[in-house]
Write a protein that binds this ligand. Structure first.
Ligand SMILES: *Cc1c(COP(=O)(O)O)cnc(C)c1O
Length: 239
């Protein structure tokens, strides 16, 4: 039986003792190998370095090494860490990956450059209002619950067409792309291919998929962003 994408591609770990910059280089190498191994003509994805729960001292070395794209999953935590870093490193692009509460929308619009977790009408409406009020336009991704897991955020695939129509036509929001987090126990490649097909169907240009456990698979399927935390920064400290 031919091996599946997921079986053939094991991600790089984050060996303790290696620097975060070395770990990032290893992540990029693993993606290059995955793309070459499958003979697919995919561009190298941009790595969103997921720094959630890691202190500023862990983040600065990666900024010093020249990396500029980072992800956080809580607005409050990002507000504590990133305004000062953004002053020092002006060209940082900060992605919000976690669920957005309506009382945090104004702060999120003020701080983030990309919001990857849009999945509700109420939040879409507040985003529109805040983007107009602040004159800021973070790029928006719709999170899709490809595994239809009850506990997980994201628009259900069957509701996606209506949600995108609401965003585009009623709210005049530009949607950049789609994001997903596949169910842990399933073949990620199947979910990545599904997300890619949904994006194509809706005329969306970009994808965000792949985490420490499956980013080489996402790179081989083809994605604009992978969101990698543990493989770069090591295990997260407890919240
Ligand atoms: C934490 C998180 C990641 C990174 O997870 P790792 O397994 O540590 O790479 C990626 N995406 C989202 C939405 C996350 O919350």
């Amino acid at each position: 039986m031919p091996e599946t994408l997921s079986q053939s591609l094991s991600p790089a770990g984050a060996p303790s003792g290696s620097s975060v910059a070395d770990n990032l280089a290893a992540v990029k190498d693993a993606m290059r190998r995955a793309i070459a191994h499958h003979g697919v003509d995919q561009p190298l994805p941009t790595v969103v370095a997921v720094s959630k729960r890691h202190p500023v001292e862990r983040i600065v070395p990666l900024l010093d090494a020249g990396h500029r794209v980072f992800g956080e999953n809580q607005v409050q935590e990002a507000q504590d860490k990133w305004p000062a870093l953004k002053e020092r490193f002006a060209d940082v692009s900060l992605h919000l990956l976690g669920p957005l509460q309506s009382n945090k929308v104004a702060d999120a619009v003020a701080l983030f450059d990309v919001i990857e977790s849009l999945d509700r009408e109420k939040i879409a409406r507040r985003l529109r209002d805040q983007m107009v009020a602040q004159g800021r336009k973070p790029r928006l991704f719709v999170q899709v619950n490809t595994g239809e897991e009850p506990q997980k955020s994201g628009v259900l695939p069957g509701d996606l067409a209506d949600f995108i129509r609401l965003c585009r036509e009623d709210l005049k929001l530009d949607i950049d792309g789609l994001m997903c987090i596949p169910p842990v126990e399933e073949d990620a490649a199947v979910h990545f291919a599904f997300l890619k097909e949904l994006a194509r169907r809706h005329g969306l240009a970009r994808l965000s998929m792949g985490m420490s456990g499956d980013y080489p698979v996402a790179a081989a399927v083809g994605t604009d962003y992978v969101r990698v935390g543990t493989a770069i920064f090591g295990a997260r400290p407890r919240a």
